[in-house]
Design a protein around this ligand. Structure first.
Ligand code: FA5
Length: 336
């Protein structure tokens, strides 16, 4: 047995000497010291040798184990400070790898800016779900089943009858139900419409809905808040025009258009050559919607608006195609 042990030692040490990388080191460890390794197997036979031989053989066996152990350490050290194999990956003293710093998406920047403007005017910021029920997206907003107004917002329907919200207006009713009156809140959110895309329409875009419910709210309140908003965003005079607009959840309803800042009103593909861009529909909340929110329309009135946040981003930064914003092209996004 002593002879066998010595042979193993010589063989092992010469093999450890030739190791070239950490993988070979691991293999040799297993070959000699693993559960079925050559040395381990031999030591299992210790129990069969004569009692008086055991101390001597045991001592030699331990010495061999130790010298193989220190050979392993030596080889491992050698790989540790070289650039060989996977050991380098675990070397915590190597300098870090530089990663590029990201930045906020222009939609997010605009959302945060608007939130600040509205918070300063006493509005809460509340976000709603992307997946909405037919009730909150349409019915509670005074758009009954089979009403043609449902067709003005082409909808992505889900198999279970729910839908991807087509606008941020469902939050009007959700918020009234939860917070009651008086209430001032804005609801930023992503909207989805099953429609063909062009320079100013995408199938995914952002809106920021606003709602103010109190006693004696009138159109004068809407106009004051809208003016304050545009002044804060553009920090200069921007021409706007107001015209009547039909939305079943407001009465009366208006469209607030902004003079196209891409072409300064000359006409381009963004404003469909009209010089104006539809940015912000608004109006006084319809009594049926106030009722759906659990409030009494004889006691409370309110205004609501649905700002096209993505279009505002386009106007602010001079982006002439809305599809660039969701396109995921880093060359575009890195400019912000
Ligand atoms: C609505 O979505 C109403 N919920 C707005 C509203 C709220 C009216 C409260 C009255 C009171 P509309 O479908 O017009 O309305 O969309 C509102 C704004 O969202 C538009 O003016 C436009 O700026 C933007 N918008 C609509 N569709 C798209 C689209 N496909 N891509 C980009 N922006 C869009």
């Amino acid at each position: 047995m002593l002879d066998d042990l010595k042979k193993i030692k010589l063989k092992a040490l010469s093999e450890f000497d030739k190791i070239k990388n950490s993988e070979e080191l691991e293999n040799l460890k297993v070959k000699y010291l693993g559960r079925n390794g050559e040395l381990t197997k031999l030591l299992k036979n210790l129990k069969d040798i004569a009692e008086e031989e055991k101390p001597k053989v045991g001592k030699v066996a331990n010495e061999i184990k130790e010298s193989i152990g220190s050979a392993i350490e030596k080889v491992a050290d050698k790989f540790d400070d070289s650039s060989v194999g996977d050991i380098q990956v675990n070397n915590l003293t190597l300098p870090g790898i530089k990663t590029e710093k990201g930045s906020l998406h222009p939609n997010t920047m605009m959302q945060y800016e608007l939130e600040q403007i509205f918070t300063a005017m006493g509005f809460k910021v509340i976000e709603g779900p992307d997946l909405e029920s037919e009730y909150f997206n349409f019915t509670a907003l005074n758009i009954p089943d089979n009403h043609p107004a449902r067709d003005t917002q082409d909808t992505f329907w889900l198999d279970d009858g729910n839908l991807l919200k087509t606008h941020t207006s469902p939050m009007q009713v959700r918020a009234m139900k939860k917070y009651g009156a008086p209430l001032r809140a804005v609801f930023p959110g992503r909207c989805f419409r099953f429609e063909a895309t062009d320079a100013s329409h995408d199938s995914t875009f952002y809106q920021l809905e606003g709602l103010m419910i109190d006693k004696d709210i009138s159109i004068a309140n809407v106009i004051a808040v809208m003016k304050e908003l545009l002044r804060a965003v553009f920090k200069r005079d921007v021409k706007v025009r107001q015209r009547p607009g039909y939305f079943p959840f407001v009465e009366p309803g208006f469209e607030l258009d902004i003079n196209c800042l891409i072409c300064e009103g000359e006409g381009c593909s963004v404003c469909k050559q009209s010089g104006w861009l539809e940015l912000l529909p608004c109006g006084l909340v319809h009594p049926n919607v106030i009722r759906a929110g659990g409030l009494d329309p004889k006691e409370y009135s309110g205004f609501a608006f649905g700002l096209g946040l993505t279009r505002l981003v386009m106007m602010k930064y001079g982006i002439d195609d809305i599809r660039l914003l969701q396109g995921g092209d880093l060359r575009f996004l890195k400019q912000f």
